[in-house]
Design a protein. Structure first.
Ligand SMILES: Nc1ncnc2c1ncn2[C@@H]1O[C@H](COP(=O)(O)OP(=O)(O)OP(=O)(O)O)[C@@H](O)[C@H]1O
Length: 298
């Protein structure tokens, strides 16, 4: 290993905000040069700088927002496919870490040092990378903020959809969806509550980790219906399975989502609004340190 080829980007204010000294010490002892963010926006810059320096191993210490910002920085530097990424889960929800079997901060540090490496898919939404998911249609940040206890009780998709209740006044979106699937293309047109595009996470069946090495997203299109009914139904089923009326399930390598109105979407929790949203899967583009419970093909 070259000297200086191990770096870390640390968000000292993610999660409970009390991890910075400990994580810095532990990573420095393992040969990582640690850069802490000082303001919002720094994580992307630090990711780009690490990429420009040609770093070979990069640990990200923060939540999903920090991982996403670092991925964007690495992509800015054209280095996303050249680095081995470790995740030290210091955020609130830490969905990516959880889906790939990284249990907690100490586990993340140990794995960043010497964990197994898998080449996993990266999604791009209008050119910007994401690891976990894109959710189009309602302000999905509620889903990331809600408690994990709710998720355990009600299942993944129900958990996401309870966010609809909080999006007061949200009335669904008219969507034209074109998807590239294994045997051609599929189109969907109608009124949707949301379109859920999972890379690391599944939104259907039992939820949990998606196959991150198949070049495909797990896509669920949820028909528009009154929020109360939907939530009640989701909770009744515990999760929305394949057979649940009103949910269309696709496995797609590319998607274009458009409609008469601009579409608000969340990319790993960060909100943006675009006229048309193009999502594509870059198969196995990222080398990622994973935990022992990670399943290549769940
Ligand atoms: N030094 C800093 N000071 C203030 N804000 C920061 C700083 N560094 C990063 N941020 C902000 O932190 C946010 C990212 O937090 P992150 O998503 O990593 O943690 P979280 O929200 O606690 O966890 P999760 O997304 O897993 O629920 C971004 O909005 C970013 O702008």
């Amino acid at each position: 290993m070259q000297i200086g080829s191990r770096r870390a980007v640390l968000n000292p204010v993610s999660g409970t905000g009390d991890h910075a000294d400990y994580v810095t010490r532990m990573l420095e002892a393992r040969g990582f040069a640690v850069d802490a963010t000082e303001a919002a926006g720094d994580a992307r810059r630090l990711g780009r700088e690490a990429g420009e320096r040609g770093v070979s191993e990069l640990a990200v210490c923060g939540g999903d927002g920090t991982v996403n910002a670092v991925l964007r920085g690495l992509a800015d530097a054209g280095h996303l496919g050249e680095v081995t990424l470790g995740v030290v889960p210091c955020g609130t929800a830490n969905i990516l870490a959880r889906e790939v079997g990284i249990r907690d901060i100490d586990h993340g540090i140990e794995l960043a040092d010497s964990g197994p490496v898998r080449d996993v898919d990266v999604g791009y939404a209008d050119g910007d990378p994401f690891a976990v998911s894109v959710i189009a249609g309602f302000p999905a940040d509620a889903s990331l903020a809600a408690s994990s206890e709710m998720k355990e009780r009600f299942g993944t998709l129900a958990f996401v959809i309870t966010g609809v209740q909080q999006a007061v006044g949200f009335d669904g979106i008219e969507v034209d969806l074109d998807a590239t699937v294994a045997d051609g293309t599929e189109r969907w047109h109608g009124e949707a509550t949301c379109v859920l595009v999972g890379n690391a996470r599944k939104f259907i069946e039992e939820g949990g980790q998606a196959d991150m090495e198949d070049g495909l997203f797990d896509v669920a299109v949820v028909d528009r219906m009154p929020a109360g009914n939907l939530v009640a139904e989701a909770i009744g089923h515990r999760v929305l399975g394949r057979e649940t009326p009103g949910v269309t399930h696709l496995r797609a390598s590319e998607l274009t989502i458009s409609g008469p109105e601009p579409i608000t979407f969340s990319r790993d929790g960060e909100l943006a609004t675009h006229e048309t949203l193009s999502v594509r899967n870059a198969e196995k583009e990222l080398s990622l340190r994973v935990g022992p419970d990670y399943e290549p093909h769940p």
